[in-house]
Ligand binder design. Structure first.
Ligand code: HEM
Length: 507
């Protein structure tokens, strides 16, 4: 008998194994090796996706994508794989990425595909689902129905004066600080995004921009990102995370503090009768039709936390990329300023949204930034509930599928010279439909961004207010690697800084 057979015999033998730890370890190792080899063989040659091209490591292990995640480069990896292997690529043993814009609608507007479990379960914040993390379509539909009026266009127009006031405060601060040297726009943009979404939810300005420093909740909010990356690897950390010693546990403990804070503030809004549409209806007893009852403070707190995260970093990072892209191209700034000067006589008044929404060049700049620097950059994974077809490719039941904005937004048919930041392309008639199909920064279908009205209003007013008031240039110390989109689902500049020198317009 060979060594492996001997060891296996030992394992199955009648109890002698307990006194033979070396043989036991050897036998277990052999079993693991055999299992791994069998899995690799199956994934490469027998799996239903075995004919779909892709990097060999991706075909046999999810590690290929997850290592990319750890380095903030998953979307770059997937994009490179598309360039090598074509429009349909196997990016995990059971996962396909599509590069064709037609796949976006086929996947994200179909009832056949639901949010993928391990990815979205990890996005629960603290022990509850929220609008973003729900997988059950009916539970999600009813939650979204309950909350979406808080993000409607009418609600946003009601909220606009508060938004203008926060924007004006930030730009006043920048004007004052600019005399001492460059302003680091990055943290300010994040404070502003946070203050706006917090104000919208809780009817109270948390004052980060006024104080020129982050509100305490922002540090808890930052802690959530590492927790969801860890939870994707090890889902049980959702329960055990807060008890883990050291830095990893600190992240989970911070999220717990954040949840306690959010529950308290929801309770206090309930007591004082918050006026904003986001909380008013839910606190007045409107029911979640799926649950058949109003939301508890804990459920509502989780929704607010999801909104704080989804609504602050996204707009902030987009604004940073707008500044970075435009301030390097004086021609773009010149055209933008011409349009703004024509419509807004005062340099210091924050422009109104209705006018901004109809300014073609301003909107072209924003669209082009969301295209080339999509803050939700990576695959939004979905699982097929039954066997289906995407762009003519058969997708067996249980397969994970997705598209990523990084690739869709670089589609060579819709966007010739896709790597070039060129707002003018949005003003051209040629390829209009192709551009429309290949521009999905907010996703599409029933799970598309619920905060789109807020995001568009915030970006329009902020960009208009900034360029109407300031001239500027980027400090030479800011490098391309500082600005690399570091992709951990919500992508932002790797260097977390953007130093700009500012001078004010007189009128
Ligand atoms: C530039 C800004 C923004 C971009 C590019 C963006 C993008 C997206 C995308 C692509 C999704 C779909 C994610 C998925 O399917 O996994 C999404 C969902 C969502 N976004 Fe945004 N977002 C932005 C701003 C906001 C704002 C301001 C809020 C407001 C609080 C917000 C709240 C949400 C929520 C709650 C969802 C989940 C919707 C659902 O599943 O029904 N987002 N967003």
């Amino acid at each position: 008998m060979n060594a492996a057979g001997h060891s296996l015999n030992m394992i199955l033998d009648n109890g002698h194994w307990a006194s033979r730890p070396i043989e036991l370890a050897f036998g277990a190792t052999i079993l693991i090796i055999l299992y791994t080899l069998a899995t690799v063989f199956y994934n490469l040659f027998l799996h239903p996706l075995c004919r779909i091209p892709g990097p060999p490591l991706a075909k046999v292990s999810r590690l290929w994508a997850r290592v990319g995640n750890f380095h903030g480069r998953k979307s770059e990896r997937v994009h490179a794989a598309h360039q090598t292997y074509g429009p349909v690529v196997r990016v995990g043993p059971n996962e396909i990425s599509f590069a064709d814009p037609a796949a976006v609608r086929e996947i994200y507007t179909s009832d056949v595909f639901v949010k993928e479990e391990s990815f979205y379960r990890a996005k629960r914040i603290f022990h509850e689902n929220h609008m973003f993390s729900f997988r059950d379509p009916e539970a999600h539909k009813q939650r979204r129905k309950l909350l979406s009026r808080g993000f409607s266009q009418a609600a946003m127009l009601d909220f606009e004066p508060n938004m203008s006031s926060i924007i004006a405060t930030m730009l006043d601060q920048w004007a004052a600080k600019a005399v001492d040297g460059p302003v680091n726009a990055y943290p300010w943009a994040h404070w502003l995004g946070f203050d706006i979404v917090y104000n919208l939810m809780f009817d109270e300005n948390p004052g980060s921009v006024r104080a020129g420093e982050p509100h305490e909740v922002m540090s808890y909010l930052r802690a959530w990102k590492p927790t969801f990356i860890y939870k994707e690897f090890m889902p049980s950390l959702e329960q055990w995370g807060p008890y883990v010693p050291g830095r990893v546990g600190d992240y989970f403990r911070d999220v717990q503090v954040w949840k306690d804070y959010a529950v308290k503030i929801v309770q206090s809004c309930r007591e004082k009768g918050a006026k904003t549409p986001f909380l008013r209806s839910v606190l007045n007893g409107d029911k979640d039709a799926f649950l058949g009852r109003p939301l508890t403070n804990s459920e509502l707190a989780e929704e607010c936390m999801g909104g704080m995260f989804g609504g602050s970093g996204t707009t902030a990072n987009t604004f940073i990329y707008i500044l970075h892209a435009c301030l390097q191209q004086p021609d773009i700034v010149k055209k933008l300023k011409m349009e703004l000067n024509e419509h807004f006589p005062s340099a210091k008044t924050v422009p109104d949204y209705k006018t901004c929404a109809n300014l073609p060049y301003l909107q072209a700049v924003i669209n082009e930034t969301l295209r080339l620097y999509p803050t939700i950059i990576a695959t939004l994974p979905r699982t097929a509930r039954e066997t289906a077809s995407v762009t003519g490719i058969t997708v067996p039941k249980g397969t994970i599928v997705g598209t990523q904005n990084y690739t869709i937004h670089r589609n060579p048919v819709a966007y010739p010279d896709a790597e070039v930041f060129r707002p003018e392309r949005w003003l051209e008639k040629e390829k209009e439909q192709a551009r429309k199909d290949a521009w999905t920064p907010f996703s599409v279908g029933s799970r598309k961004c619920v905060g789109i009205n807020l995001a568009q209003m915030e970006l329009s007013k902020l960009v208009a207010a900034f360029f109407r008031r300031f001239d500027g240039y980027i400090d030479p110390s800011v490098t391309e690697s500082d600005m690399r989109m570091y992709d951990t689902f919500n992508a932002g500049p790797a260097g977390a800084k953007l130093l700009i020198h500012l001078s004010e317009e007189r009128y």
